[in-house]
Write a protein that binds this ligand. Structure first.
Ligand SMILES: [Zn+2]
Length: 453
């Protein structure tokens, strides 16, 4: 770890390799009170990946006091609740067409026990919702199953009260992981080699994607860091949820650092440490996996041969590659437009438009007047109009003038509300102290970030 640390901060001329990727092994943290707020998906970033959902023990603190904790073996709960020493327990899975009664018959229960057990459990949970393959742990004196994550239903034959059902909470272990690493050739490879959770990494690229074009702007020697939380079922160890809380990136000379904030109402989202939203009105590149084949500015036109101003950028990509709306807005034009071929122009606000040309196809629902959301697929790469090969010609238009999409300063979305600023700063402080507890200091986000106006 110390060696890796040195490689991050020293002026060493040694080439940086993946061996230098520093990472923190998972360490359990306290369980009672979450250090960091967790929760809902972020609407500002609700594209294109699925939001992370976590079942939060913290959101229902009362239940942890009311309900017993699930036990590793059902015998433990039978002893706790009924004072009985239980016989062998076995695992049965619900078969197609089978109800809980048939399953208990398979387990060797008598008709009387089955009837009483079902009566007891029917108060707790709707048995119609049980799915094929549901796991039952069955002992002669009781059984256990689950109908929702984090919760178990125990049904126990109490020596005095007879069959009774009770809910129990499965214990949840929460871990905070912090990773810092140096990028060799691919940030994805560096992150995966370091052992970063893929779910956390996907969210990382989504948050950073507003500010950074990973294909063109990230270079060897750049550094990334992220802090996320993993929740595991305390009995079977399965990962229940992963949530990213901090994303940092150090490009040559530029720093970006964004923090998740789960405030009330509309305040949740990703912000830099000054409370500026990570989200931009426009995504920098409306296509993924593409190569920049022609930049903005004067050039000899590949077809006409005349010198002309190239008022956009060209991204070479295979025919059919999806093109997404760089920002939310209203479709001003969608259709054939002379040398542009199949063309879409979107108005994002009074200042910003974007345009997309040479498409093979326009997405079926897109026509003049359609409202589009940022990240929505609007068409597919082609070579229609005056074009020499499959590519996207992309324009950013500011006050009706084309500007260079690769260098334009993109406006940020909303700043965090003033009323949430204090709570947000507390979140940043909590993350910083968590990072510190891993023996590190975050390297990104300390200076004004790129593209913030
Ligand atoms: Zn072009």
């Amino acid at each position: 770890m110390a060696q890796a640390e040195a490689s991050l901060y020293s002026e060493s001329s040694e080439p940086v390799t993946l061996h230098n990727v520093a990472y923190a092994p998972m360490e359990p943290v306290f369980q009672a009170a979450p250090a960091l707020p967790t929760g809902r998906p972020d609407p500002a970033l609700a594209y294109p990946a699925a939001p992370v959902s976590i079942s939060l023990p913290a959101s229902k603190p009362a239940l942890t006091e009311i309900l017993p904790k699930s036990t590793k073996m059902i015998a433990d709960m039978i002893r706790q609740q009924a004072g009985l020493v239980s016989g062998d327990e076995k695992i049965l899975r619900l078969r197609a067409g089978e109800g809980i009664g048939a399953l208990l018959r398979r387990a060797g229960y008598s008709a009387n026990d089955i009837a009483s057990a079902i009566e007891a459990v029917a108060d707790k949970v709707s048995l119609h919702r049980l799915q094929i393959g549901s796991v039952f742990q069955v002992a002669p004196e009781g059984f256990r199953f689950s109908t929702k994550p984090g919760r178990d239903i125990y049904v126990i034959n109490h020596p005095e009260s007879g069959w009774l059902a009770l809910s129990a909470l499965r214990p949840v272990d929460r871990y905070i992981s912090f990773f810092q690493g140096v990028i060799d050739d691919s940030i994805y490879r560096a992150a995966m080699l370091a052992g970063v959770s893929e779910v956390a990494f996907n969210e990382y690229t989504r948050v950073m994607g507003f500010s950074v074009d990973f294909q063109r702007e990230v270079r060897t020697g750049d550094r990334f860091e992220l802090l996320y939380e993993v929740e595991r079922d305390g009995i079977d160890g399965k990962v229940i949820g992963v949530q990213l809380h901090y994303a940092g990136l150090l490009l040559s000379g530029e720093q970006l650092g964004f923090f998740r904030y789960n405030g009330d109402g509309n305040a949740f989202g990703w912000y830099d440490e000054n409370g500026n939203s990570a989200a931009r009105t426009l995504i920098r590149t409306p296509i993924s996996g593409a190569r920049l084949s022609s930049s903005f500015g004067h050039r000899k036109h590949p077809v006409s041969g005349f010198n002309a101003m190239h008022k956009g950028v060209d991204f070479a990509a295979p025919r059919g590659t999806p093109i997404i709306a760089a920002g939310s807005g209203l479709v001003l034009e969608a259709g054939w437009k002379g040398s542009f071929g199949r063309y879409i122009r979107i108005r994002h606000n009074a200042t910003y438009d974007t345009a997309y040309a040479h498409m093979a196809r326009i997405a079926p629902h897109i026509r003049q007047g359609t409202r589009v959301k940022q990240g929505e697929v609007i068409g597919y790469v082609g070579s229609t109009g005056r074009s020499t090969g499959a590519h996207l010609h992309y324009e950013v238009i500011v006050n009706n003038r084309q500007v260079n999409p690769m260098t334009v300063r993109l406006p940020t979305s909303e700043r965090i509300d003033d009323q949430h600023l204090e709570a947000f700063k507390a979140t940043v402080a909590a993350i910083d102290s968590e990072v510190l507890s891993h023996g590190k200091v975050r390297f990104a986000g300390a200076v004004p970030t790129k593209n913030v106006q």
